[in-house]
Design a binder for this molecule. Structure first.
Ligand SMILES: Cc1ncc(COP(=O)(O)O)c(C=O)c1O
Length: 409
């Protein structure tokens, strides 16, 4: 246990001056206050406002996606993305069991059934080999798409997730799925700032989604976004998430059952200020991950490093413990001394509402769920303050989006 006590001491030394060290705490040392007050002063606090547009533009710049559609959270972004990808009630959707519940919930919200396939040990994400095996042995190409032979049901999408911000082998997944006409919708909720072969997570599939929940690398309080390069899909995602209202003056005409999934301008104001600091958050988190890796190598702990060919945002750092007894002892020791640590999620395939869903062999996911423990991963306050002080070039904090936020759209 002394190794684990020394890990706790190591964590304490990195988050000095804190009684309780959270797993991932947001930092607000940039223009957050200025932009939120600016949104309030503009009176545009709700679903219309220029910070929403600015947020979407910034996301396109950061990710390289042609279009970004802001939503009220990551779950609604994924639901909307699945709908515009063509997922319909009764369809099957291939996904991984090692994920936050929202991944499978969004599939269920679309009326479809998640099919759980195994993950890879090095990426923690959906295994292209497991997907290929399922498609080749249990499915056949039909009507330009793919059908599950035993049930005749459509396999309408594949939803890989970039676990803890580590990019999965999404390029291989899109290749495998393309062969069967199955669109890939990436759940990149945890992966803002993560790259695979230099390309941003969430931009490999037909669509990708992000979360800006308070525990993510960048937060809007609550928020999400759909990414895509397809103009028609972007238009439909925007339409569907904004109550399917037609742009007619003086009239409320809605042409389908839409959703009120709009991100409020207040939240977008917060998000814009946070996105301005993404680079500094990434630098701070990657530096911390490097230090964890060095420390773990020295004391013989298994640290989860970014997969080959990727640049991870290291949203949540993780170690792997040899067995459940050691894991529980470490969780108790660390949490008792004010250091928040936690197990990975219980596998989605084991939750009561998904316990009877179709699945493949889940050996790797089962092993990882037993071994993984997340450890504190916040960007350090001193790094964030340092960076906030040197924006923009003149050394002043950058100004609110004057004009932007005051003009009504
Ligand atoms: C993998 C994954 N998918 C989806 C979500 C849903 O995002 P939100 O909480 O913004 O709805 C989250 C995180 O919260 C997540 O970690």
């Amino acid at each position: 246990m002394s190794t684990y006590v020394s890990l706790c001491e190591f964590i304490r030394s990195h988050f000095l001056g804190r009684d309780r060290i959270g797993l991932h705490e947001p930092q607000f040392y940039g223009n957050e206050r200025a932009y939120v007050i600016d949104a309030i002063d503009s009176t545009f606090v709700s679903s219309v406002g220029n910070y929403v547009t600015r947020f979407e533009e910034m996301l396109c710049q950061i990710t390289g996606a042609k279009y970004a559609v802001a939503t009220v959270n990551g779950t609604t972004a994924l639901h909307a993305a699945l709908l515009v990808a063509g997922v319909q009630p009764g369809d099957m959707v291939l996904t991984q069991p090692l994920s936050f519940v929202a991944t499978a919930n969004a599939v269920a919200h679309a009326g479809a059934e998640p099919v759980f396939l195994d993950v890879e040990e090095d990426t923690l994400g959906l295994d292209p080999g497991a997907v290929a095996e399922f498609l080749l042995t249990a499915c056949k190409k039909a009507d330009g798409g793919c059908r599950h032979v035993a049930t005749g049901r459509r396999v309408a999408a594949c939803v890989p997730m970039h676990t803890f911000g580590h990019p999965c082998r999404v390029d291989a997944l899109t290749d495998v799925c393309a062969g069967f006409g199955v669109p890939v919708v990436e759940d990149a909720a945890e992966a803002l700032g993560s790259l695979r072969q230099g390309r941003h997570c969430g931009t490999f599939g037909l669509l990708g989604t992000l979360s800006f929940n308070g525990n993510k690398i960048v937060t809007s309080g609550g928020g999400g976004a759909v990414l895509t390069d397809d103009p028609e899909l972007a238009r439909r995602a925007k339409h569907l998430t904004t109550t399917a209202k037609l742009p007619l003056p003086y009239r409320f005409v809605h042409d389908s059952v839409g959703y009120n999934y709009r991100m409020p301008n207040l939240n977008a104001a917060l998000a814009c200020a946070q996105l301005e600091q993404l680079e500094s958050f990434l630098a701070s988190k990657r530096a911390l991950a490097g230090e964890y890796a060095t420390f773990c190598a020295k004391v013989g702990l298994r640290f989860v490093s970014e997969p080959a060919d990727t640049q991870s945002n290291y949203w949540l750092n993780a170690i792997r413990l040899p067995d459940i007894a050691t894991r529980e002892a470490f969780l108790e020791t660390s949490n008792d001394c004010g250091i928040q640590t936690r197990r990975a999620w219980d596998l989605l395939s084991s939750l009561p509402m998904f316990a009877h869903n179709p699945r493949g062999p889940l050996e790797v996911a089962t092993k990882l769920a037993a071994e993984l423990v997340n450890i504190p991963s916040s960007p350090r306050i001193q790094d964030a303050v340092h960076i906030a002080r040197r924006t923009p070039e003149n050394g002043q904090r950058s100004r609110p989006l004057a004009g932007d936020a005051s003009s009504r759209s």
